[in-house]
Design a protein around this ligand. Structure first.
Ligand code: ADP
Ligand code: ASP
Ligand code: MG
Length: 407
C-alpha cells in the first residue's frame, strides 16, 4: 500500500464527463488500498478567461491581490466537483482549498512560492481512507490572502504536496502520454521518453516545454519526488523523471524546446567604455526585469558597441521605458525592440562529454536558411534566438539532425 498524489490538468477536468472519468481513475487507486491525495487544475480555458477579465476590469495590469482572488477561483470549482463525483461513486472524499491545507506561500502575489505545507488535517484524513481533493495553483500568503503560483502552477502544488506527504509517487495526468523529445503538437515525429533526468526536465521546462511547470521540477529535484507524466485518457505508461544514474543508455541530446515568451532588444552604437554593461543591466535589474541572452558587437574602431539581449515578452515595454529614461547617460543612438522571435534550445546531459553539439545546431539552421540572432549555452543546453516565422521549420530540422525522429 502506498501514499500517492495524482494531479489532473485543465483538459483532464474540462467538463463533467471528464471529471467523472477522473473520479473513476482515482477511486481505482483508493480501492486498491492506497492513500490518495488529488490535485486539480481549473477547467481548460477558465484561467485564461479569468486573467482576461481581471485585466479588463482593471483597465490594465490588475492589483495582484485581486488578480489572485479572481484567478484562484477556477480551481475551487473543479476541486469541489471532483469531490462530488467521487462521492457519487461511493467513495469518501473531501475538497481542500489552499488556505485549508494550508499551502503557505510568500507574498509574491501572482507568482508566489510555496514556503511550507503544514498539512494540519489532510494527512490524518487521507490516512483514514478519505480521498483529499486539493485545489492546485493556490495558496495563502503571510497577509492571510489567497495567492497563486504562476501559470501552470498546479504541477508545483502537486509535487510540493507529494514532498510534504512523503508520497511514494506524484503522477501528473495531462493531455499527452508523457514527455516527448519535442512538443508533439509541433513535431509530429517526436518520440516519447521512458525516462528523463531531473536536470534535463528542468532545462526543457525552463526553455519552454510547458508539460511541467519549471518550479515543480525544482521542487521534485530538491526533495527527490518520483514524478511520472502520463495521459489521463489512456493507460499507457508515461515518462518517469529520475536521477541521472537511473538512465542506462545515455543520449547526447534528449530534447528540443522552444519558447515564444522572449523578446529581443538591440541598442545601437553604445559608446564602448568600462561600465556600459552595468549602466544598462543595473536599471533593468532594479526594475525586476530578467535578462536572459546577451551579445555584444564592437565596431571596427572599437569606439562603439551594439548590444543585443532578450527579456520576457511581457516585460518588453517596461524594459524600453527604463532604457529610454537612461538614454542621455548611456549615449546609444537607437533602441530596437522585436517581439517576433522564438528561442529554440537543444538539451541533453550527454553534452558534457560530447563535442560538436552546438556546431550541428548552427550547421542545420544554416542549411535551412535560418539566421541566428543570439546564442547562449550552458553545460547541458544550447539556445538560439531566431525569427518567429522559422520556429516550426527549425524544430523539425533539428529533431531530424540529432537523430530523434520516431521510426
Ligand atoms: P495540463 O493542462 O495538463 O497541465 P499543459 O497544457 O500545461 O497540460 O501541458 C501539456 C502540453 O505540453 C502538451 O499538450 C504539449 O503540447 C506541451 N508540450 C510542450 N513540450 C512538450 C514535450 N517535450 N513533451 C510533451 N508535451 C509537451
Ligand atoms: N489553472 C492554472 C493555469 O492555467 C494552473 C494550472 O493549470 O496548472 O495556469
Ligand atoms: Mg500545465
Amino acid at each position: 500500500m502506498a501514499r500517492i498524489v495524482m494531479k489532473f490538468g485543465g483538459t483532464s477536468v474540462a467538463d463533467l464527463d471528464r471529471i467523472r472519468a477522473v473520479a473513476k481513475r482515482v477511486k481505482r487507486e483508493a480501492d486498491a488500498g492506497h492513500e490518495v491525495a488529488v490535485v486539480v487544475s481549473a477547467m481548460a480555458g477558465v484561467t485564461d478567461q479569468l486573467v482576461a477579465w481581471s485585466r479588463e476590469a482593471a483597465g490594465g495590469p490588475p492589483d495582484q491581490r485581486e488578480y489572485d482572488s479572481v484567478v484562484a477561483s477556477g480551481e475551487q470549482v473543479t476541486c469541489g466537483l471532483t469531490a462530488l463525483a467521487l462521492q457519487q461513486l461511493g467513495a469518501k472524499a473531501r475538497s481542500w482549498l489552499g488556505w485549508q491545507v494550508p499551502v503557505e506561500t510568500d507574498d509574491a502575489h501572482g507568482r508566489a512560492r510555496i514556503q511550507s505545507i503544514p498539512l494540519d488535517g489532510l494527512r490524518s484524513r487521507i490516512a483514514t481512507g478519505e480521498i483529499g481533493v486539493v485545489a492546485g495553483f493556490q495558496g495563502i500568503g503571510p497577509d492571510g490572502r489567497v495567492t497563486t503560483l504562476g501559470r501552470g502552477g498546479s504541477d508545483t502544488s502537486a509535487v510540493a504536496l507529494a514532498a510534504a506527504l512523503e508520497a511514494e509517487r506524484c503522477d501528473i495526468f495531462t493531455d499527452v502520454d508523457g514527455v516527448y523529445t519535442s512538443d508533439p503538437r509541433i513535431v509530429a515525429r517526436a518520440r516519447k521518453l521512458d525516462k528523463i533526468t531531473y536536470e534535463e526536465m528542468l532545462e526543457l521546462a525552463s526553455q519552454g516545454a510547458k508539460v511541467l511547470q519549471t518550479r515543480s521540477v525544482e521542487v521534485a529535484m530538491n526533495h527527490r519526488v518520483r514524478v511520472q507524466v502520463l495521459s489521463s485518457f489512456n493507460d499507457t505508461p508515461g515518462t518517469m523523471v529520475v536521477d541521472e544514474d537511473e538512465i542506462v543508455e545515455q543520449r547526447v541530446v534528449s530534447g528540443i524546446a522552444y519558447s515564444r515568451d522572449d523578446a529581443q532588444v538591440t541598442l545601437l552604437k553604445v559608446p564602448d567604455r568600462p561600465g556600459v554593461a552595468a549602466g544598462i543591466f543595473g536599471p533593468l535589474a532594479d526594475a525586476a526585469i530578467n535578462v536572459d541572452m546577451i551579445v555584444q558587437n564592437i565596431s571596427d574602431d572599437g569606439r562603439f558597441t551594439d548590444l543585443t539581449f532578450t527579456v520576457g515578452r511581457g516585460d518588453l515595454d517596461r524594459a524600453v521605458m527604463v532604457l529610454e529614461a537612461g538614454r542621455a547617460q548611456l549615449g546609444y543612438t537607437a533602441i530596437k525592440p522585436n517581439k517576433d522571435v522564438v528561442k529554440v534550445s537543444v538539451i541533453g546531459v550527454g553534452m558534457r562529454s560530447h563535442a560538436g553539439v552546438a556546431q550541428l545546431m548552427f550547421k542545420t539552421l544554416a542549411e535551412n536558411g535560418i539566421n541566428i540572432l543570439v546564442i547562449s549555452t550552458s553545460e547541458i543546453k544550447v539556445s538560439v534566438l531566431i525569427a518567429e516565422k522559422y520556429a516550426e521549420l527549425a524544430l523539425r530540422a533539428l529533431h531530424t539532425a540529432y537523430g530523434l525522429d520516431a521510426a
